[in-house]
Write a protein of this length. Sequence first.
Length: 361
Amino acid sequence: MTRKPLTYADAGVSIAAGNALVKAIGPLAKSTARPGADAELGGFGGLFDLKAAGYRDPLLVAANDGVGTKLKLAIELGRHDGVGIDLVAMCANDLIVQGAEPLFFLDYFATGKLDGDVAAAVVASIAEGCRQAGCALIGGETAEMPGMYANGDYDLAGFCVGAVERSAQLTGAGIAPGHVILGLASSGVHSNGFSLVRRIIAEREWDLHQSLPSGKTLGETLLEPTRIYVRSVLPVIQSGRIDGIAHVTGGGFLENIPRVLPDDCHALVEAGEWPLPRIFALLQEGGDLAAAEMARTFNCGVGMVAIVAEAQAGPVARELEQAGETVHRIGRITNGKRGCTVRGPAGSWGSDEDWTATFYG
């Protein structure tokens, strides 16, 4: 018996669909062009010219991340227009912590069977994130892997490279007791803690289409893209008036702030200094979460913190507000072992009594 010759398509992979996607996203990549990159796709690797970008003695800084299980909600709701912004934000926000300007971005999109419309929507949102961050989308990979993912599922990873002049890198070495901690408002849950979020939704049988007082549905609120802080924060960093920046991601305040502190500095965050956004209060109530669990899992309304000298606190806060940020003075640096304490008075974050949570880095 003569067997039928097999093709890659018989195995579930469509080269034609992949090529069509590359052609469709070419203009999206081109829309992110910036000095140093022409953002053309199609080669084996992307090129970036540091000299054309204006750097003289640069250090390269790289970061990679994903969107996590927030993708499960996006897939369930058929809303793919924000997850690419999340992907860029999680990487680009990490770069500015070290004073680096995001320069270029590459993405990895993996799925069991390529849906061109879904993939194009995701890449369009990645391009939007790159425009917000001021970096060029210079390449990526689309992997169609039958049998690896359930029908309709996909995963994302992102890789961002930035640069900072050697003399201008932000190390946190200038942080000292007496410095002020400024909190920059988040746009929502961002892209951390979603395994817990989804557990709460499942156990409480919440309807993602339920309307909230804001007028948005629960699903829309949870899928709000991560705020990208690059354009507002980087100019202030480059002015030399910020001594440390922490991106509040997985680990919350307790584990992220200590990462930028010297050994003899301890961060004291006062939870009563800013309002806990309603979505976090809802999650806390739904999961019966302790205040300490909130402080080490979610951003609780503060997506990034800037640590500045007392004399700079007012001017820096005003400049950030003029750039569109909502800024709260949320704490200070004290003498002590490197770490972070978050404390709140009775009634804050759903607690019936005064509470304290401490982590040592």
